[in-house]
Design a protein around this ligand. Structure first.
Ligand code: GCB
Length: 604
């Protein structure tokens, strides 16, 4: 979007997302931030006043004013200066044991100096903060952001001082019925400023957003657009892909937009085995943005998934954004390395990033490593299907992740939801999400992790029948035959009733196993049980004619506040193929062997 008239105003509505923070003139605000824990919302409200936030003359109590005592008589009941600090980025739960279970508000403050070049503009960009954030600079509100896993930025040009800026962020991770996700999930509700905070300095009119991808339906036509933001929207923008000998000047129109198409010779397409990325340079007003972009096609034909025109089997694994070895929410490049290297060891060519958008580091590394990616909107289980605010929240999070990752070749699937029980309201909701995703990005595939059901007349039949399946490109479903549904041997007799003439993938199956706990294959929570379940499940799934991929649940054990069986779970969901200490369980090898076979089969 482009907001010409009011673009210098400092408020949320006028600050659309800036593309590719890492490739710009950026200054990190990562590091130690002072914090004040505020379970009773004292920093925001007071019994004497209306919410301070709305008041034209906020009284002393408001934390975002970052007040200092002027003399000994002045009453101020808080002090960021004397408060402890938390590391940003990072969840608060894993930084101080007192905060392990904390769900509520924490106020963060960071002081900084910043001298900008005159006429330039400055934005503050947050990779993510969970779940609701109110952001203030030097006592003025920049905006409010809702959603725990998507980026946001605000312009601060007019509020910025050369010295002594106080950036205050109120982060509240209380779970709410109407939120996305809602009250109940099976993962840890890590709170805090969980991803990078960055100052971005841009010229007065700058490249806010761009798309550079292969045109749908073509093998070598690079197409895209550039979107400027600023008072001089009609400019000449240079786009270069030196390795392909592309250098071109494009002219933006009165809305700041320019589209382009190039037909390079000898384009090498991106694929898992050869993840070719090209340096792309975009220059405008003496500012250059650099990116690394890959080009590939993805489509379905009948029951096949075609990558660059060739049928592929997606050898995947589900991953939560958690680094169990370090403890806490994953955010950094090192976290991404740890997780994706483990997936590679399994011989995966694909990962399902559950159940919400993971960090940009993860997606960029997947591009570099040649791992295909499923990204997911946090529409999980039973959110408020009939609440328009919940729908616009889910739409916004979807918009933001598509905006952020639309140039990443690794991303091939946008998932609308996970395990959402069928009802008319739910299907209407998901249809709106899918239509929106297709409108924003017609080049990738749409899916969702659906549920299955049984047949009372035939206890061994499992049926995939869901009105939303008509709106997806790939039918994905979660199944727990052998864990929540009988014992592993049940897999041997299951017959699948899946009428869709589309590729079918299994977005989840699995069993809990405590690493190091051994027994026979009927003893719950042993490695042998999990191993047996994997052996039988891959045989069972291989009988589905449209079977084109699978992402077992899950790569690593992960923290969950629903899993407290003493001495076994102790706060962890144990369905990982690797323990929280990094030790592989027996089932790891079963899956790896299966993937080695599938790789050979699909090479033919
Ligand atoms: C599921 C959910 C996943 C859970 C998993 C389990 O179906 O999609 O979030 O963690 O089952 O372990 O029960």
């Amino acid at each position: 979007m482009f907001f010409l008239g009011s673009m210098l105003n400092v408020n949320a509505e006028n600050n659309s997302l800036i593309q590719n923070i890492q490739g710009r003139n950026a200054t990190t605000l990562n590091g130690k931030w002072n914090y004040i824990i505020d379970p009773y919302e004292t920093g925001y409200y007071d019994y004497r006043y209306k919410p301070y936030d709305e008041s034209p003359n906020p009284p002393n109590g408001a934390f975002y004013l970052d007040k200092k005592q002027k003399d000994k008589t002045e009453l101020i009941e808080y002090s960021f200066d004397k408060s402890p600090s938390l590391w940003v980025p990072g969840d608060w739960n894993s930084q101080d044991n007192k905060l392990l279970y904390y769900e509520g508000t924490i106020w963060y403050r960071r002081l900084f100096d910043y001298k900008k070049t005159s006429n330039n503009r400055v934005f503050v960009h947050f990779g993510a903060a969970n779940y609701e954030s109110d952001i203030y600079l030097n006592g003025k509100k920049l905006g409010k952001h809702i959603g725990g896993f998507t980026p946001f930025n605000y312009e601060i040009t007019d509020l910025l001082n050369a010295e002594g800026n106080s950036l205050v962020v109120k982060v509240d991770n209380k779970r709410k019925r109407e939120a996305v996700p809602t009250l109940n999930t099976d993962w840890w509700n890590y709170g805090g400023i969980t991803r990078d905070v960055t100052l971005v300095e841009v010229s007065n009119t700058f490249i806010q957003d761009y798309l550079v991808q292969l045109k749908k339906g073509t093998e070598n036509e690079i197409t895209g657009y550039i979107q400027l933001n600023g008072t001089a929207p009609q400019q000449s923008v240079k786009i270069a892909i030196p390795e392909l000998k592309i250098v071109s000047d494009v002219k933006t129109d009165s809305t700041g937009k320019a589209s382009f198409t190039f037909k390079p010779r000898n384009l090498v397409r991106w694929a898992p085995r050869s993840p070719k990325l090209y340096e792309v340079e975009l220059s405008c007003n003496e500012q250059k943005i650099t990116d690394r972009i890959g080009f590939r096609t993805i489509e379905t034909r009948g029951t096949d998934i075609l990558l660059n025109g060739k049928s592929i089997f997606l050898r995947g694994i589900c991953i939560h954004a958690e680094n169990a070895l370090r403890g806490g929410r994953a955010y950094s490049d090192q976290d991404a390395q740890m997780l994706l290297n483990s997936a590679k060891e399994l011989n995966c060519n694909y990962v399902r990033l559950a159940h919400y958008p993971h960090s940009e580091n993860m997606i960029r590394l997947a591009d570099e490593m040649g791992i295909l990616v499923w990204e997911e909107d946090p529409v999980y289980w039973t959110i408020q299907w009939e609440n328009p605010a919940t729908l616009s929240n889910a739409l916004q999070q979807l918009t933001d992740v598509i905006t952020r990752d639309k140039n990443r070749a690794s991303v091939i699937i946008w998932s609308m939801a996970n395990e959402t029980p069928v009802s008319e309201a739910r299907t209407n909701f998901l249809k709106k999400l899918a239509a929106h995703a297709r409108e924003l990005d017609n080049s990738r595939l749409i899916s969702a992790a659906l549920e299955i059901h049984g047949n009372p007349a035939n206890p061994n039949e499992r049926i995939v029948e869901d009105p939303f399946a008509d709106y997806v490109d790939i039918v994905n479903f979660n199944e727990y035959v052998g864990w929540y549904d009988g014992l592993p041997e049940k897999c041997d007799n299951i017959s699948w009733n899946i009428k869709y003439n589309k590729p079918v993938m299994i977005s989840e199956f699995g069993a809990d196993a405590l690493q190091g706990m051994h027994g026979d294959n009927l003893t719950r929570f042993t490695e042998e049980y999990q191993e047996d379940l994997y052996v039988r499940t891959v045989k069972m799934l291989s009988k589905i004619p449209q079977f084109r991929g699978v992402t077992p649940w899950i790569l690593y054990d992960f923290r969950s506040p629903r899993r407290f069986l003493p001495n076994i779970q102790d706060g962890w969901n144990r369905k990982g193929l690797i323990s929280q200490n990094g030790i592989k369980k027996k089932a790891f090898l079963v899956l790896k062997n299966f993937y080695d076979q599938m790789e050979l089969k699909y090479q033919k």
